[in-house]
Write a protein that binds this ligand. Sequence first.
Ligand code: PLP
Length: 361
Amino acid sequence: MTTVHELPTPCLLLDPVRLERNIERMKRRAVDLGVALRPHMKTAKSIEVARLAAPDGGITVSTLAEAEYFSAHGFEDILYAVGIAPGKFDRVEMLRSRGADLQVVVESAGAARQVAARGIPAWIEIDADGRRAGLEPEDLEVLRIAELLGGSLRGVMTHHGLSYAARTQVARAEAAAEERDAVVEAARRIRSLGIPCPAVSVGSTPTASAATDLSGVTEMRPGVYMFMDLYQAAIGVCDEADIAISVLASVIGHRADGFLIDAGALALSLDRSTSRLPMDLGYGKVCDLDAVPLHDWVVDSVTQEHGVVRSPEGPPPSLPEGAMVRVLPNHACITAACHAEYQVLHDGVEVTDRWGRVGGW
Ligand code: PLP
């Protein structure tokens, strides 16, 4: 049996009990809301996690590398949910020729013409929050693109990124309603022209966790819910005890105001999303090997391979050299992306498995 004490640090730990609990909770929500679940695999990027999370077989990905990896492992219904660039058509067609039902996202007539000419199924991206990509539901361009796509149109999709700023369940439910209304309205307008628009897709973890009525929607695509993180806990989407990944690090030195660990920017990431919240958790919250927080200790500063653990309020933290800590991530997607694999850890001690991750684009 390998124990946590034998692992090289830094490395990424995954708690399978928390993972499965998070996954089951979202599956139940999808059933209760009457929609399919097309989980976004951009967070986990792991086939073992996809097998647990994708009950209907359909998945969302954020890179063609993920599409190729999941297709090679038997997933065929794949939505590549980042606007398609012309240089990627060859890879899309290669995957489709091998049997994958890979679908792309467009938001311009130019892209629509190209995908329609190649017979690649496409979704129109709708902007539900004025924040990132897509067209507003009332934009006439939506109808023009739908006409150009014709039989290649799979549906309309949106992602309400602004829901991350909603700090209460009520505000997140409102964001979920906005997200729903944007795509349902776009689908209605397309169908009023007699063009079939089979699917209507929404999804972020905050909206999926708070939606109360998804009438007219066919599926949702949350992703970070599988692992959760300090940001989701801080805005009230989950509890800290739901966070399923952490970075294992060793104490490597001491300073007057704290101690050094061997996890820096390349193991934790430079994500500082909790700095926008009342409780700034630095580059991550420091816990013992059972993932129980150690006082108010946070990783307060990082360089490439070093992290400095400090206490915002209390006396300078200290642990003996060689001691191990677990650091909970601010943003699970970004921290996980720093690592090539997961060490699957039961009860904080026994390493039962290693699961790979796909990287690159
Ligand atoms: N769909 C799209 C297009 C996204 O970009 C994202 C996340 O960035 C998601 C779904 C999943 O949202 P979350 O990470 O909040 O679970």
